[in-house]
Structure formats: C-alpha cells, structure tokens
Write a protein that binds this ligand. Sequence first.
Ligand SMILES: Cc1ncc(COP(=O)(O)O)c(C=O)c1O
Length: 367
Amino acid sequence: MVYIEKFGHGGDLLTARQLFGKDSAQLLDFSANINPLGPPPRVMELLKDQLESIVHYPDPAHRVLKQKLAGKHSVSSEQILIGNGAAECIALAILGLQPETVGVTYPCFSEYEQLARAFGASIKPLLGREENDFKPERSEILQLIANTDLVFAGHPNNPTGVTYSKEELVEMAEQAEKTNTYLIIDEAFIDFIPIETRITLLEDLQRWKQVILVRSMTKFYAIPGLRLGYMVADPTLILKLQAKQVTWSVNQLALLAGEAVLNEKEYEEATITLIQEQRTYVKLAIEEKLGWRVFPGQANFLLVRISADITAAELQWRMGHKGILIRSCSMYQGLTDQDFRIAIRTEEENQCLIQALIEVSKEGNPS
Ligand SMILES: Cc1ncc(COP(=O)(O)O)c(C=O)c1O
C-alpha cells in the first residue's frame, strides 16, 4: 500500500495535504531528507535581492559556480558538470554513456533503476544482506562491476545510510578501470558526514577515468525546490555528458544560490553538529522507547524496522493524521512492509516525532 509515495518519493506535500486534510504549515516532514535549518538566511536574502536577474538567461556554461566548486574541491573546472539536481546528473550519465547493462545495489534510490530502464538499459541487481545492514558484499560488488557497463553505489546509500571504506572504494574504482565499467558513486548525502570521517575518492579522482562522483546541493543547503547538483569526473567524460544536457537547464537563481552557499562555513558546521547529535538521540530513543531496530546509517536519515503488529504504511497513515510525515520503505527492493525512513530534524521536532511514534504504537492493531 502506498500513501504519500504515489510518485515514488517522500516529500510530496501536495499528496500529504490532500490525504491528511492539513496545510503545509501543519505538516512536519520527516519523509524527505532535507537540512532542518532551512537554507542559509544570507542566501535567502540574496535570492530575494536578485529576483530580477531572472529577466536574463542564466550562464549556459555555469562558469562562476564551476570555478568555485573547483576551488573548494581542488579539481579543475573541466572536471565539473553542474546539473538541475543530482537527479539530472544521474540521468545525463546514463544518457551520455549509453550502458546496455546497469548494476544496481539494492535497496537504493529508485531513480537509478527507473532512469536506466527509461534510457533502455537492462538491470543487474545486487541485494545487500540484512545481516550486513544491507551493505553489498565486497566480492559481489566487484563481480557486478566486472559484469555490467555501469554500476551505481550510494555513499552514503539511501535509504540504508551505508558507506564504504576508502579501501573498498579504491578497490571498486580499480575494478571499474580494469573492466571498462563506469562507476557512479552517488554522494548526494556526503556533506552531512563530518569532514574528519568523510571518505571520498575526490582527492585522487584523476587516477580513475571511469569513476563519476555525483553530489547534491539540494539536501544539505535545503533548496530541493530550486534544484542543484553536480558531478565530478574526468574532463573528457564531462564533455561527453555535457553534450547531452539541455542548455539553461540550471536556472539563474539556483546558480546564484550555489555560489553563495559555498561561503557558509558556520552554517555547514552547525548542520553537521546538529545532525550528528540528533541522529544519536533519535536512534537511541527509537531503540529504547519503542524497541525497534534502527540500522546504523551515516547520513541525515535513519532506516527503521518496526517490531510491532503494524505496517509502515499504517504507521505513516496514523502519523500523517498527527501532522508528521514519515517515508514508508516497503517499495524498496530488499526491504519489507515493516520498514520506514525518517529524516533527522531539530531537537524539538525530533522529540515530537518520538512522542508521536510512541502514541501511535500504543494505539493497538489496525482492524
Ligand atoms: C541518493 C540520492 N541521490 C540523488 C538524489 C537527487 O537529489 P537532487 O535533489 O539533488 O536531484 C536523491 C534525492 O532524494 C537521493 O536520495
């Protein structure tokens, strides 16, 4: 049964409003993994000031943002492609590389499979084992890379929060080079991980011609409605994918926001600290007060398995009537109808979530 995910994703407030008879201000959204601090206030101000710039076309070559991101990551501008969200980057990668077979490590973001199929590829699935918190086996992922044209790996993966070690990433990249397979490492949520423990191939990316890193700016900077993401890869590969991009697909306000957020160091630190603290709080509260299993994710969300006689869809329905949206995960390959995902939000909001979960879980079985 699907309620708010009728178009495949969380964060669908229009559907939630219609289902639960509430307006947006009455809904607390834990179903999309967006920074609960909202966009940096200075960036909101800048956008208001710059609203009139929409009378001009945006820079079709995204020069300023590319340069800033290149500086931030110590790569060249030629290694960067700016997209209308990480979603556009993923689509461009498949469109540009035209893989016949795409390896997908489940459970994962549904767009990998959906876009691969839409562009005519066939899927080779690899299911992570529950006893390993759904992390794919090392040997199996290497085999998947050897047997396909392109492989997606979420790092951290959505909805499990699983990450790979540096050694594992290097091994995967080397396998991709050896077997002539493209490896797309989706780092859409990586900015939520503290810099000291953040593991990425970014620093050594020039070693690998087959590896593409995808990043999102919509989640960390809370601008999903504006849309902004980018990928980093070998310049030749970037040129090839850029050739498939619709000119001006990234709008002027998104470019301006992207340039401005890169100066927001304090906001970045505050976000990371908040998410770290609150993820621990939410995880422990669910484990101790509800006795439900929480998978050990690294990102700004948690995957939870209900151990009560209620499905995630029913839980979502009851929570929705209290004005709290959670993401049912029954439609993710490899997960069950007892699984749901919640974003980590502010302390007060997380307390509301826990309180509501306790109340709902005591309501008894659905008839
Ligand atoms: C793993 C993952 N990658 C990419 C995206 C797309 O992000 P964006 O909003 O930047 O297009 C999402 C969105 O939920 C996601 O979960």
